[in-house]
Design a protein around this ligand. Structure first.
Ligand code: ATP
Length: 230
């Protein structure tokens, strides 16, 4: 096993993943992939479509298990945790943002950010204060009481960023977080995300096809043929 490092927000060592192993439709997606993120580091993950970005992010986010390798978050080895401990670690330590907002349609923007905090045992008043603060940071406070359907695509995604940060995780994983927005909105919304990440000192691994956005991060990793290069 590899040394645990408290300076690292995320350490993936020797990760391999094959879908449908031993069947005619077997796909070997990741081959001995190792990635480390220092605390406060923001890293772009760039890869052609189908190269395994989502698979890697799901493994890093404890949503999927690798066939081999170790996953460490905040210096804790998560690989051999039981289901309950993995769920707790995911809820407390990791924020996830997807290409589509996945906000709950029947709740307001504010409520969408309050709910994960209530699930984590935070009191209602404190949860609402934090939700308002986060919405204010991304410029959506005036829309706090609107439901997702009444928000623009950029606003919906900003609210999704706030929800991912609701429980103050140390690690943010994002899968094409502005991929469904037009280029101008994508640029602005990505700027809001980066400001939020920098202000909170988060570590982030952000998958994107957009090389302009990738260049605004601290480091770019490329995933090619199931392996990380550069
Ligand atoms: N549950 C699964 N079962 C079988 N094959 C899968 C499964 N999930 C993903 N794959 C395959 O693994 C490969 C990598 O998929 P993944 O979604 O990780 O790629 P990606 O780089 O995120 O792609 P995109 O940029 O298009 O979203 C693809 O060939 C995909 O078809």
């Amino acid at each position: 096993m590899n040394e645990l490092s408290l300076d690292q927000a995320l350490a993936l060592h020797g990760i391999s993943k094959t879908y449908n192993a031993g069947r005619p439709n077997e796909v070997q997606v990741l081959r001995d992939v190792s990635v480390t993120l220092d605390r406060g580091e923001v890293v772009a993950l760039v890869a052609p479509s189908g190269a395994g970005k989502s698979t890697l992010l799901h493994i890093a986010g404890l949503l999927d298990m690798p066939d081999t390798g170790d996953v460490q978050v905040d210096g804790m080895n998560m690989t051999r945790l039981g289901d309950d401990a993995r769920t707790r670690a995911r809820r407390d330590q990791i924020g996830f943002i997807y290409q589509f907002h996945h906000l709950l349609p029947e709740f307001t923007a504010l409520e969408n950010i309050v709910l994960p905090q209530l699930a984590n045992g935070v009191g209602a008043a404190q949860a609402r204060d934090r939700a308002r603060l986060l919405l204010d940071r991304v410029g959506v406070a005036p829309r706090a009481d609107h439901r997702p359907a009444a928000l623009s695509g950029g606003e919906q995604q900003r609210v999704a960023f706030c929800r991912a940060l609701a429980n103050a995780p140390g690690l943010l994983l994002a899968d094409e977080p502005t991929g469904n927005l037009d280029p101008t909105t994508s640029d602005q919304v990505f700027g809001a995300l980066m400001d939020l990440v920098r202000e909170t000192g988060l570590s982030a691994l952000i998958a994107t096809h957009n090389l302009e956005l990738a260049r605004r991060m601290d480091r770019v990793l490329r995933l090619e043929d199931g392996q990380v290069v550069g």
